[in-house]
Design a protein around this ligand. Sequence first.
Ligand code: SF4
Ligand code: SF4
Length: 505
Amino acid sequence: MTALALSMMLDRAVSEAPGLARLVAKAEVGGEPPDDIPLYAPRRKIYPQRTHGTFRRIKWAVLVVTLGIYYLLPFVRWNRGLNAPSQAVLVDFPARRFFFFFIEIWPQEVYYLTGLLILASIVLFLSNAVAGRVWCGYLCPQTVWTDLFFAIERLVEGDRREHMLRDQRKWTLETYARKGVKHILWLIVAWWTGGAWVLYFADAPTLVKHLATLQAPFIAYLWIGILTFTTYTLAGHMREQVCLYMCPWLRIQAALTDEYALNVTYRYDRGEPRCAAAKAQELRAQGKPAGDCVNCKQCVRVCPTGVDIRNGADLGCIQCGLCIDACNAMMTKIGRATGLIAYDTDINIKRRMEGKQPFVKLVRLRTALYAAVIAIAGGMMIYTLATRDSEGINVIHDRNPMYVRLSDGAVRNGYAIRIVNKQLRKRDFILAFDGMPASLIDFVGVPPREDGQLLIDVGPDQTREVRVLVTDYGDTPPASTAIVFRLTDVATGEQAEARDHFFGP
Ligand code: SF4
Ligand code: SF4
């Protein structure tokens, strides 16, 4: 950014901020800054103006798709057979399972969810390296619901000008009525949001019936109440304050970005010096410099966070692109080229000012690294999910005592063995063990078959715990020997193993 552009922006910012003007004035004469300037800027109520254009359409499309998915997904059915729930996406706390279409995650596989969260973070980093706060501007739930609440507000209270005038005038019955209707509509959306959330934790059609007939568990009503309150407060009242003061991503994102990331940028090389359209034409005719910005402030009026993008990069800017639409509309109206505000970089602005060609550098070390991590981590997750076993065995050795010496001199160890059957059919398993040739295995409460093998049946999509005693009849019982418990599906021959130890004196 050139010194000229910077000084012009500073002048403008100072003229619009009296506190800052006093600070600068004091600094210029070498005095101490006054100590009566508050550190916290009081909130200005924002009345974002309706806008039309490409980015507004993208935001509407994202809003409809994301909210449509959120509200309707619990009602999508997925046939998993007789012994499993038919809801496509379900967090089944009583059965301790997470169902996502054809994927079923067991509690011991929670690392898949951890992996998914890590993957989502890297995707977020990549999107930030490519095009700044794409998440904030289009996809973040706070943005989506706030956008919806703004739409309701404009529908009921009118667009920016009408709404501001009504708020400033003496409130009439109509003002109260409009505000009442707005809050009722907000509460309905917030309630529906909380209601949809609980449907992910139980069979949705059944829970809807139970909720309507007041037969649902108390916890369901409690969560609906909590989420109704949070949605109404965050999207209806706190709005941009959530982004500015509560969101950690705002700070992390600022530290992760670089100079090549595309951001919503005011091209001050083209916009400055600002002047009215007619005056600009006059100046150009005289061969004098005139920028394209006509200082109409449409970009500021449509901004949902109240940012003036012409002052440069701002943490309050969620990069929603609405100021691009507003400015493009103004440029079209005055017959100038669109793109005075656009996705761009400061590097390109400098290059244009130096008469060089701008460029976009999407492939960089960081974007390549992020993409590689996403490909590797995503590939590993898909591979392990596709090839994971449908049976499992977990062994816990008795802690106390570690071993018991029997009256005939043999040494015995006890184990708790949990057998997992992830298939939706009952299965018979044979349990055997290796590593102690002079030992026998006994199940407490499970007699061996005629051929001496130990057969255990496990119900569909269930686990079964059995207690196992291993007794060593060798002459010199070992102090510690590695052993392997092996589980074999009688019907298919699929196997699972678990390693543990046999302890002696
Ligand atoms: S400055 Fe522009 S891109 Fe940033 S939040 Fe405001 S309208 Fe959206
Ligand atoms: S909308 Fe465009 S022309 Fe109007 S003030 Fe903003 S940058 Fe300048």
